[in-house]
Design a protein around this ligand. Structure first.
Ligand SMILES: NC(=O)c1ccc[n+]([C@@H]2O[C@H](COP(=O)([O-])OP(=O)(O)OC[C@H]3O[C@@H](n4cnc5c(N)ncnc54)[C@H](O)[C@@H]3O)[C@@H](O)[C@H]2O)c1
Length: 284
């Protein structure tokens, strides 16, 4: 028995929306929290739109959509009766730590608290918690409703029973879990880093344009080119992850973040979510 019925998803951006949808589709009651009320509204609308698409493809019945939507509630406070917290706010350790401190004050002692961080060490995030033993990484991939894999990461203090419950939880939302020890980038982001870093180097050195690199990568069998993928992920998030790995591995040159990418972040060209990244998007 995992004793999880209600989930607090903190952060209603790209990942929070998808995670909330996945959990509600699996039958859980979900509270979707964000510091920006408009993000909550955007998140709920995006989930509804995604579910409508499933209905139009006959993958979901209209009654099921109504049922799933009724299980997701927006909230402007973290003071909700959650058995599991999945944090998916911006990739900044300090912001996450402040949020965990607020959450720890209000959730039940039995609640499990997790972070969807792509690259901040779980042990570091756990260090300032009052109960680091109930804290772990729960790393979904983008888009969460589609991608099957979830990495479960234990910090040095994470209790084994928490890891076991999280494995059962991942199974219950019809995903596949892989357990990773706490290391920079865990497994997938460390392996994938070179896909982005080398593609950015090609552009920085003037060898090829983002369009040319992407076309060649797609022609060689990749589902998406590196630049399309960075636009989907969010260039700010991707840049933070590379910076974290670079610092996590004591400035190893092979993980050095790109100036081209940094400039995009400074310009606010964050990819699909901002309407412009390496490519331009219609914001609807
Ligand atoms: N984008 C990806 O492909 C991807 C994949 C896996 C994991 N992640 C991780 O998931 C997390 C979220 O990434 P995202 O792409 O969804 O980001 P995003 O920029 O799309 O959304 C972040 C959301 O967090 C909210 N927020 C910021 N500070 C907050 C706070 N203090 N309290 C509550 N909400 C706050 C923002 O208003 C925004 O709605 C990050 O840790 C990221 O590393 C991202």
């Amino acid at each position: 028995m995992i004793n999880i019925k209600t989930i607090l998803v903190a952060g209603a951006g790209t990942m929070g929306q998808g995670i909330a949808q996945v959990c509600a589709q699996a039958g859980y009651k979900v509270f979707l929290f964000d510091v920006q009320p408009e993000s909550i509204q955007r998140g709920l609308l995006a989930i509804d739109k995604n579910l409508q698409i499933l209905v139009s493809k006959n993958k979901l019945k209209q009654e099921e959509l109504v049922d799933i939507a009724s299980r997701i509630k927006g909230t402007e406070t973290v003071d909700v009766p959650a058995d599991l917290v999945i944090e998916a706010i911006i990739e900044e350790a300090e912001a996450k730590r402040k949020l965990f401190a607020a959450i720890e004050k209000v959730v039940a002692p039995s609640a499990i608290i997790t972070s969807n961080t792509s690259s901040i060490p779980i042990t570091q995030l756990a260090a300032t918690l009052r109960h680091p033993d109930r804290f772990a990484g729960l790393h979904f991939f983008n888009p969460a409703p589609v991608m099957k894999l979830v990495e479960i990461i234990s910090g040095v203090a994470t209790e084994e029973s928490v890891m076991e419950k999280l494995k059962l939880f991942v199974q219950s939302i019809h995903k596949v879990s892989v357990v990773a020890e706490d290391a920079p980038g865990f497994i997938v982001n460390r392996v994938a880093r070179h896909y982005y870093v080398e593609a950015l180097k090609l552009v920085e050195e003037g060898v090829a344009s983002p369009e040319e690199v992407d076309a060649l990568l797609r022609a060689s069998g990749f589902k998406m080119g590196a630049f399309e993928l960075m636009d989907l992920i969010g260039i700010d998030i991707n840049f933070s992850v590379t910076s974290s790995l670079y610092n996590g591995f004591h400035q190893e040159p092979r993980f050095r973040p790109s100036r081209v990418q940094q400039q995009k972040v400074l310009a606010g060209h964050l990819g699909k979510k901002s309407g412009q990244g390496f490519y331009k998007y219609n914001k609807d």
